[in-house]
Ligand binder design. Structure first.
Ligand code: GDG
Length: 494
């Protein structure tokens, strides 16, 4: 947790301070005092403002913050990112031993770059166009401007011949912009979300610019091999580069492309799981739920890609069919607040809450609701207690780069109990073959998979969990970062 009292303050970096046209960029000199030989650039910092005008900091939600904090701690690195608010507040300069440099974003830029191009253009397009992506030239201009701002911040912060690791879909132009400003620097890019097949990607009016932006990296990592080959094929088709799925020749340079499936901090999770307080809290949760026979759990950011409503509809039908019974089968759904200022997400929350209340209205008993719904960001130890309390974990996104929740659940089931129902469209499905797999678009399929998870005997469930744990325990998030950074250093694709 961030120690607010210990946080030192520094001014944030506004775009107006440095103006650079990246297509014609003059080299940027590193600024001695603050340079670091290892810089991470990500949309979000690991801390964010609690209120848009406040100076109150809390850890950022989401997979990226969880994954990278421990990696930077061990490398004395510097993290460049946005604080999550639009007020020109001063930011802490360090967080849990990590140096941080904040990039500021104005309210208009927030609307055009973040809500617009990142979340209403790229996010749906890259997630199978589950929602129709929206294309606006004004958003695209803001995306370029903000990417340039991050590139300048990185160019100033990285030591000569240092390494910059850029993350995710919000910053796809940064690799090429940074290369033009700092040709001495080694650049890695990791995409946390899927990369769509060419047929979908071709819809993007600025498709060539995005591909060229990414090709500025020395190594481009994706969650799964399929995403990597989607990218390489599209690059060959669109911008005339040559090469294979794993090695591209671009502009006289070799760009490596590969799959680096992200994972969780298994050691930390296992250690925390041993904590008697967390185990007692798990028992207490079951007692508070009325000691049901089966606890079914969902933990997701409240996002339309996560398939929460579809899953709850399937569960509702199972109560109606008599496959589930109030008092015997109890659901806990944690929907972590996300992108709250976006009207679509607001609508998503509204729809979800209607399904939740219908479930309780139709099948709950006095003092015994069938679903407990938390629209909250919980402390991680509470999340772990919930994982321990759950007999069946439901992870059914329509499309997901990886899904760390599925891996966290598996990592914490040290006694080999627990069953995982998992979407075949989550990146994690390639590794967690012991899960009960579902096509999240198939309501009957979801019901069948949950039914199979309920009926599986303890021996089958144990064998499945064992298989998944063997896979998850093989690597932790530090190994993931290490393997990416080693490949970046060596110039290989895996
Ligand atoms: C993106 C990609 C990819 C959740 N609720 C709480 C909480 N969490 C933590 C979980 C987990 C993380 O957030 C969620 O990660 P996911 O992977 O499930 O999903 P996204 O946020 O969509 O992440 C995804 C990931 O990036 C990493 O590359 O796997 O595909 O979409 O770690 O534990 N943490 C706390 N309270 C909560 O209430 N503290």
């Amino acid at each position: 947790m961030l120690e607010q009292t210990n946080a030192r303050r520094v001014e944030t970096t506004w775009g107006s301070r440095v103006r650079l046209d990246s297509s014609n960029a003059a080299p940027v000199a590193p600024r001695d005092v603050h340079t670091s030989s290892f810089v991470v650039v990500a949309n979000r910092l690991p801390v964010q403002q609690s209120h848009s005008s406040g100076e109150d900091w809390r850890p950022s939600p989401g997979g990226l913050a969880s994954a990278l904090t421990s990696v930077l701690q061990s490398r004395n690195g510097l993290w460049i990112g946005w604080l999550g608010g639009t007020a020109a507040a001063s930011a802490p300069t360090d967080y849990e031993g990590i140096r941080i440099k904040a990039v500021a974003i104005s309210p208009e830029e927030y609307s055009d770059f973040y809500l617009g191009f990142s979340n209403a253009t790229l996010w749906p397009l890259y997630h199978d166009a589950i929602r129709a992506p929206t294309f606006h030239r004004k958003w695209w201009r803001a995306y370029q401007d903000i990417n340039r701002r991050y590139a300048v911040a990185a160019a100033e912060a990285v030591a000569p011949e240092g390494t910059v690791w850029i993350h995710d879909y919000q910053l796809q132009l940064v690799p090429d912009m940074l290369r033009r400003m700092r040709p001495d620097v080694r650049i890695g890019f990791f995409m946390h979300i899927p990369f769509p097949p060419s047929e979908l990607f071709m819809q993007l009016p600025w498709r060539r610019e995005i591909i060229n932006g990414l090709l500025g990296a020395d190594l481009i990592g994706f969650q799964v091999p399929h995403a990597a080959s989607n990218f390489s094929r599209t690059a060959r088709r669109l911008v005339g580069v040559t090469g294979t799925d794993s090695t591209i020749q671009s502009d006289g340079r070799t760009v490596r492309v590969g799959a680096f499936p992200i994972t969780v901090d298994t050691t930390q999770i296992i250690n925390m799981t041993r904590d008697p307080k967390i185990r007692e809290r798990a028992r207490e949760i079951r007692r508070d739920l009325g000691n049901p026979e089966v606890v079914l759990l969902g933990v997701d950011r409240l996002d339309y890609t996560k398939g929460i409503q579809q899953r709850l509809s399937a569960l509702s039908e199972m109560y109606a069919d008599g496959q589930l019974h109030g008092g015997t089968h109890v659901i806990v759904q944690v929907a972590v607040p996300s992108r709250e200022s976006d009207a679509h997400y607001d609508q998503e929350r509204h729809n979800l809450e209607q399904v939740v209340s219908a479930l309780n209205g139709d099948y709950g008993l006095v003092g015994s609701p069938v679903i407990h719904y938390l629209h909250q960001n919980l402390p991680f130890d509470e999340l772990l207690a919930l994982y321990l309390a759950a007999d069946i974990m439901l992870v059914t996104p329509f499309r997901d780069g990886m899904n760390l929740v599925a891996k966290e659940y598996v990592a914490c089931r040290t006694d080999l109990t627990g069953r995982l129902v998992l979407s075949e469209f989550a990146g994690a499905a390639a590794e967690l073959r012991g899960a009960f797999m579902v096509n999240p678009h198939d309501l009957d399929g979801i019901k069948e998979a949950i039914g199979s998870a309920l009926r599986a005997g303890p021996e089958e469930a144990k064998a499945r969990m064992q298989r998944m744990r063997r896979r998850v325990l093989r690597h932790d998030v530090a190994d993931w970062a290490q393997s990416f950074l080693l490949a970046l250093q060596r110039g290989t694709s895996a």
